[in-house]
Design a protein around this ligand. Structure first.
Ligand code: GDP
Ligand code: MG
Length: 314
């Protein structure tokens, strides 16, 4: 029986899976804030990022803190984008996330298991840590009776510490998941303050929120040719209205023709990217934001290891 005197638990859990299964959506849902960007395009997440989820003791769950390591999706390196230096950096970040974690969640999509899921499973089963299978997007299952046979098929010949059908989007199944995650973690005091939600700076998150709009608003291959650099991030307290963040973002593209597309007719596209990013920043930071954006060209940045380092890709 868990009660007030049950020891606090804390530790870290890697969130692993192929691109687009909902790893970042799940991380955000557990943290309770949008710290990791989400889009319907694969490979939206490029960096490893810590989401910190803190829970008070529940009816039959201990108090605890879970440091969730959200990762770029593990994917096969094939095709033009996937063979690039960026793709290698992303796979490295996903594998590196397993170092020192107490457990992992393998996230898959309900009703679907393919070669890239097998790749992710194999990486995890080599890591020697408990692995929870998270079957996400159950809200999309038209035939609910297909779920049990699917779970049986996926578990066949594989070892999981637990299986959780969830909808990260609709927040279904998360209470049971949190409880089981906490029970996998060691008894230990919190590693972070109660109101800390990520290890990343506001400056980093600001860049990600602009990149999220690029992923969402630009068609086809173009998002993969862009990155964002925050040139300025300054708190301005000189105003009567209270604190204001002045943020300057540079959107890097690889060619002049791409620059024209990002800017759009009469600057319309860039304006839309800017205003949506600004709203997201104001929501996350709880402050007014003044955002300026520029588009600049740097040829071949996504396939240039030195440029990647300069743009903050480890
Ligand atoms: P990641 O690449 O694994 O981090 O996936 P994201 O979190 O970026 O999500 C990819 C897409 O799946 C986005 O369009 C999400 O809105 C969507 N998605 C994530 N979780 C769910 C879910 O539980 N149900 C549904 N219907 N869509 C989801
Ligand atoms: Mg992601």
């Amino acid at each position: 029986v868990v009660n007030q005197t049950t020891p606090h638990r804390s530790g870290s859990v890697a969130v692993i899976g192929r691109p687009n299964v909902g790893k970042s959506t799940l991380t955000n849902a557990l943290v309770g804030a949008k710290i990791s960007i989400v889009s319907n395009r694969p490979q939206t997440t490029r960096h490893r990022l810590l989401g910190i989820a803190t829970f008070a003791a529940g009816k039959d769950a201990p108090a605890g803190q879970i440091a969730l390591v959200d990762t770029p999706g593990l994917h096969r390196q094939q095709g033009k984008f996937s063979a690039s230096a960026m793709s290698k950096v992303m796979n490295r970040a996903a594998r590196g996330a397993l170092e020192g974690v107490d457990a992992a969640m393998l996230v898959i999509e309900a009703g679907r298991w393919d070669d890239e899921d097998t790749l992710a499973y194999n990486v995890l089963s080599d890591a020697g840590i408990p692995v929870l299978l998270i079957v996400n997007k159950i809200d999309r299952l038209r035939d609910k009776s297909a779920l049990l046979p699917f779970l049986a098929q996926v578990s066949q010949g594989r070892t999981f510490a637990g299986v959780h059908p969830v909808s990260a989007l609709k927040r279904n199944g998360l209470d049971a998941l949190v409880k089981e995650l906490l029970m996998l973690l060691p008894e230990a005091p919190p590693m972070f303050g109660e109101d800390e939600i990520t290890d990343r700076s506001e400056r980093f998150l600001a860049g990600e929120l602009v990149r999220e709009q690029l992923m969402r608003q630009l068609g086809a291959e173009l998002p993969y040719a862009t990155t964002v650099e925050i040139e300025r991030f300054a708190e301005d307290t000189s105003l009567k209205q209270g604190e204001l963040l002045r943020i300057g973002a540079v959107i890097w593209v690889e060619r002049e023709s791409q620059k024209a597309i990002v800017i759009g007719k009469g600057g319309a596209r860039l304006k839309e990217i800017g205003s949506k990013s600004r709203l997201q920043m104001e929501r996350l930071f709880g402050r007014k934001v003044f955002l300026e954006t520029w588009v600049r060209v740097r040829e071949g940045w996504s396939d240039d290891e030195t440029a990647l380092k300069a743009f903050g890709y480890e």
